[in-house]
Design a protein around this ligand. Sequence first.
Ligand code: SF4
Ligand code: SF4
Length: 188
Amino acid sequence: MIFGTGILKGLFVTLKNFVTSYFRKPDNGGIFTVQYPEERDKAIEAFRNFPFLAYDGTPDKVRCVACGICERECPPKCIHIVMEIDPLGKPARRPSVFEIDHGLCMNCGMCEDVCPFDSIYMDHAFEVTAADRGKELVRPKEALLKSNDYFLKIRPGTATLVDQKRRAAEEKKKLSRAATLPPQGPVS
Ligand code: SF4
Ligand code: SF4
């Protein structure tokens, strides 16, 4: 074996990648260099950053019922929820306060896994910096709310499955409601 062959081979790979990077993009066999922020690579579906709260149609139709399970299970305890109280003094089953401290969140996705109401999902958005490490990183409910259409756009596979599951549950509920209605006899 000739001394230095490995070095030459390595240099050849570097040269090849240097030249092809000008002509070929990653999806066309080129090297993985994205000229951010002018270029953006499409995130894979499982990519996750911070969580968002899903709503159906309009932001007042937030799916979250403020059960507090995600708040309890979040490892660094960065979720803070307060249940809304209706005019009769009863729990309104939606959050009046829902905050996530991005300074503490470790992007684990546990909140998504434990939520029984299909309400909280990991987002792809990553440009969420703040000038201040304190209050500014605590994101309020208004900043966390995102539509189901957005969910379908960033994570079509998961969002479609969730939609199917929710539709099936709704159908089942309708059928069982109909089954409990008294039979309609002929009107005399
Ligand atoms: S992703 Fe993890 S750390 Fe962040 S809010 Fe959810 S459970 Fe908490
Ligand atoms: S996001 Fe889910 S788990 Fe968390 S409080 Fe709302 S309904 Fe409960």
